[in-house]
Design a binder for this molecule. Structure first.
Ligand code: GRF
Length: 199
């Protein structure tokens, strides 16, 4: 049985798209499939991508104690929660119930250029301002501190002379689309092995 993924989004949803396409392309051999896309923002363009792909969508209150999100995750029997441009903090109740089963992607080489408030263009502006010659992408498990959970995968991306936050963001995003679906696949496989072992 493929692992059941929920993808949480707040914005554009290009990583969501890459994940949907990755698991669709694997067809019968796929180890996971996206069964729910949920957002704290009803107007998130990512929800349109999900609906176009005939995936269930939902909106939830991110300012409660986590009950609404947990209710959705239980209802859809979610195995793995994938954050893809989701901008709110995950409530402790959700982190407890889904410990080791929530992944996030960050557009830099954590632990550098991470933490509260470091998202979107700010990350790439900070990288350029620091004079770093390389940046990258990091996929990590989510715990109760922003951008601090165990790292699952990293990939380096060069910073070129004359890069703007926009040009750098585009180079990093193209790598995210390759790395994230594969890292999610690996986490899903490990999770399936682990749950068979403890059955
Ligand atoms: C990505 O850069 C991701 O690393 C960060 O938020 C952005 C989301 O982009 N967490 P998209 O919504 O997947 O297009």
């Amino acid at each position: 049985m493929p692992s059941r993924l929920a993808v949480l989004v707040s914005g554009r949803g290009s990583n969501l798209q890459a994940i949907i396409e990755h698991f669709d392309n694997l067809a019968r051999e796929r180890v996971a499939k996206v069964v729910l896309v949920a957002s704290n923002r009803a107007e998130s363009p990512a929800l349109i991508r999900a609906a176009t792909a005939s995936i269930d969508i939902a909106q939830f209150n991110a300012a409660d104690d986590g009950s609404e999100l947990l209710g959705l995750l239980r209802k859809f029997r979610i195995d793995l929660v994938v954050l893809a441009g989701y901008l709110k903090r995950i409530q402790p109740a959700v982190i407890n119930e889904y410990a080791g089963r929530i992944v996030n992607i960050h557009p830099a080489l954590l632990p550098a250029f991470g933490g509260e408030g470091m998202y979107g263009a700010r990350v790439h502006e900070a990288v350029i301002a620091s004079g770093a010659k390389e940046t990258g992408v990091t996929v990590h498990l989510v715990d109760d501190e922003y951008d601090r959970g165990p790292i699952v995968a990293q990939w380096r991306v060069p910073v070129n002379q004359g890069d703007t936050a926009e040009s750098l963001a585009a180079r990093v995003l193209a790598v995210e689309h390759v790395v994230y679906p594969r890292a999610v696949e690996m986490v899903a496989i490990l999770q399936q092995i682990e749950s068979k072992r403890t059955d």
